[in-house]
Design a protein around this ligand. Structure first.
Ligand code: CO8
Length: 258
């Protein structure tokens, strides 16, 4: 079903699998990749048969960063004028859940793209880094902010100003990665995890996402109030009634998505 130049999109039941596909450039992210991702995530969001997405790369690289060759001749006016890569905000705005499945290098923009996901499942070969300092720049797709929120100042600062990579075990201990799986079964394991998520009531999933994300944007009491009100709101859904009745009747819920 894929009509894209730089990604391959497949549906596995209720799971949309999006694979970055620029093997000659270790999946470096350029304007075409961004355009393709925006379109693929919009299609996923609009397709009611799809309940969770997985974004992955290759065995060697999730993505080795933004495309240095594309950026090398762009100065301030071009970057600022085009709002270069500002379109990733549209990927982040996806309301439905998605997981990054990372093997190999997730560097610079690659690490930042993985951090845009709801969570990261990583292969034992995964390596994360923000090496932009070595190019005379700095993170530009959220690395200084999302990495710091994920792993705290000490590790985020270390990664950004030393440019060193974290292996998957350090990344998991630090809170960047939620699960580590063998490289050989990464995509299969991620699809399995996504299928479980896709099988839950979709409005509840979106509400859970909004609540957790709100923790990064608000103070505690505002966040707690937001959580309680969203909980109250979910009580108006048919799937809440079905979920609780099904529990009491000791059967599986049959979700309407309403
Ligand atoms: N951009 C373009 N091409 C790349 C990139 C990249 N980021 N990474 C690798 N490639 C290309 C190489 O040029 C090479 O192509 P060719 O064969 O034509 O020379 C091919 O991929 C294979 O790469 P290597 O031969 O280097 O493979 P190695 O296994 O020897 O090394 C590494 C793998 C260590 C991953 C190495 O390729 C590397 O260091 N890559 C660059 C990593 C990096 O610096 N990433 C950060 C980029 S900057 C960034 O991401 C900023 C994001 C924010 C932008 C926001 C704008 C507002």
């Amino acid at each position: 079903m894929s009509q894209f130049q730089t990604i391959i999109v497949e549906q596995h039941g209720a799971v949309t699998l999006i694979r970055l596909n620029r093997p000659d450039a270790l999946n470096a992210l350029n304007s075409q990749v961004l355009a393709d991702l925006i379109e693929a995530f919009a299609a996923y969001e609009a397709d009611a048969s799809q309940g969770c997405a997985v974004l992955t790369g290759s065995e060697k690289a999730f993505a080795a960063g933004a495309d240095i060759k594309e950026m090398s001749n762009r100065g301030f006016s071009e970057m600022f004028g085009e709002n270069y890569f500002g379109g990733f905000d549209r990927v982040v705005a996806t309301r439905k859940p998605w997981i990054a499945a990372v093997a190999g290098f997730a560097l610079g923009g690659g690490c930042e793209l993985a951090m845009m996901a709801d969570f990261i499942i990583a292969a034992d070969t995964a390596k994360f880094g923000q090496p932009e300092v070595k190019l005379g720049v700095a993170p530009g797709m959220g690395g200084s902010q999302r990495l710091t929120r994920a792993v705290g100042k000490a590790k985020a600062m270390d990664m950004c100003i030393s440019g060193r990579m974290m292996d998957v075990h350090e990344a998991e201990r630090a809170g960047l990665v939620s699960r580590i799986v063998p490289a050989a079964t990464l995509v299969e394991d991620a699809i399995k995890a996504a299928a479980e998520i896709a099988a839950y009531p979709p409005l509840a999933t979106i509400a859970n996402k909004e609540m957790v994300n709100a923790a990064f944007e608000t103070g505690l009491s505002a966040g707690l109030l937001f959580e309680r009100r969203l909980f109250n709101g979910l009580c108006a859904t048919a799937d809440k009634r079905e979920g609780m009745v099904a529990f009491v009747e000791k059967r599986k819920g049959a979700w309407s998505g309403k």
